[in-house]
Design a protein around this ligand. Sequence first.
Ligand code: SAM
Ligand code: DTB
Ligand code: SF4
Length: 325
Amino acid sequence: MASLIRNDWTLNEIKDIYNTPLLELVYRAATVHREYQESNEVQVCTLLSVKTGGCSEDCAYCPQAARYHTGVNVHALMQTDEVISYARKAAEAGSTRFCMGAAWREVRDNRDFDRVIEFVKEVNKLGMEVCCTLGMLTENQAQRLADAGLYAYNHNLDTSDEYYSEIITTRTYDDRLKTLDNVRKAGVSVCCGGIVGLGETHEDRIKMLHTLSTMAEHPESVPVNALVAVKGTPLENQGKVNIWDMVRMIATARILMPGAMVRLSAGRTEMSLSDQALCFMAGANSIFAGDKLLTTPNPSFDDDHSMFELFGLKPRAAFKETMHV
Ligand code: SAM
Ligand code: DTB
Ligand code: SF4
C-alpha cells in the first residue's frame, strides 16, 4: 500500500531522511516515486521570459536584477503575437506546460498586467497548462489570472527562512508565503521550490523542505534548481553544485511530497547524462526543455529527445491528475 501523504513532517524526521546513506535514499525515493507517479513519464515544460531584466529586487543569484551588471538584454513586456508564436512552437515540440516569467518585483494593476492576462487566455487555447511567474501577487490579481485560465503559478521560497536575508534583502520570507497563499485561495496550482548552491547549509535545505512539506496542501510542483552562477551577480564565484547534493534534495522532496511533480530545473547544462539519470531515479519527473531557461542556456530539444530515448522516458500528457494509489 502507498504511504500516506503527510503534512506533519518534523524537522528531525526530514533530517533523518536527508541524511540516509545515498543509495538507500535513492532506493526509498524511487520506491515512493513508483507508488504515486508513472515512473517512465516526465513532464516537459517550456519557459519564456516575457519581460527581461531591470528588476528592482536584489536576489543575489539573479542575472535580471537591475543593480548587477550581468550583460542581460533588458527587454520590455513582449507583444501578444510574439508570445503566442513561441508557445505554439513549444507545443509543437512536445511541451505540455508553458511558463511565462517576468522580471518584476510584483504585479501592478496596469496595462502590462492586462497584456499578461491576454497571454494567459491565448496560451490556454493551445491546450497547454499555462503557468506564470511574475513576482508578488495580491489576492485580487491571483483571481484575475485564475479567471483568465491560469493553471499554475511559480513562486519559489529559494532557501530557508533563516538564510533568506543573506540572499535577498528587498522582500521577506513572509511576503513570499503571502503570495503563495493568495495563489492557493484563487484555486491556482502552486509551483514552489528552491535553489541548491547559494552557500546555504544542509540545515537550510532541510528547513526549506520542512516549510514546503508542512504546507496545508503540498505545492503541486517543486522545482529544484542548481544555481547557475552568472558573472556580475554576488554569487558569481560560487563553485559548481555537487550532484550528490542535488540527488539528495530531489530524493528527500520526493519522499516528503509523493504527489508533487519534482522538477529538475536550472543547471542541467552542467550535468552529464548519468547525473540526470540519477536525478530521475531519485524521483525527478519534470524538466524545462528548449535551449534557454529565462536568460541562461539549457540543453536543446534534440539533446533532451535523445536523453528520453536512451532512458526510455516519455513526455507526460497535459492536465493529468497525479495517480493516488
Ligand atoms: N521575478 C519573479 C520572482 O522572483 O518570483 C519571477 C522570475 S524569477 C527569475 C524565478 C525563479 O528563478 C527564482 O525564484 C529563482 O528560484 C530562479 N532563478 C533565478 N536565477 C537563477 C539562477 N541564476 N540559478 C538558479 N535559479 C535561478
Ligand atoms: C524555476 O524554479 N526555475 C525557472 C522557473 N522556475 C521560472 C527559472 C530558472 C532561471 C535560471 C536563470 C535564468 O535563466 O535566468
Ligand atoms: Fe527580480 Fe525575480 Fe530576479 Fe529576484 S529572482 S531579481 S524578483 S526577476
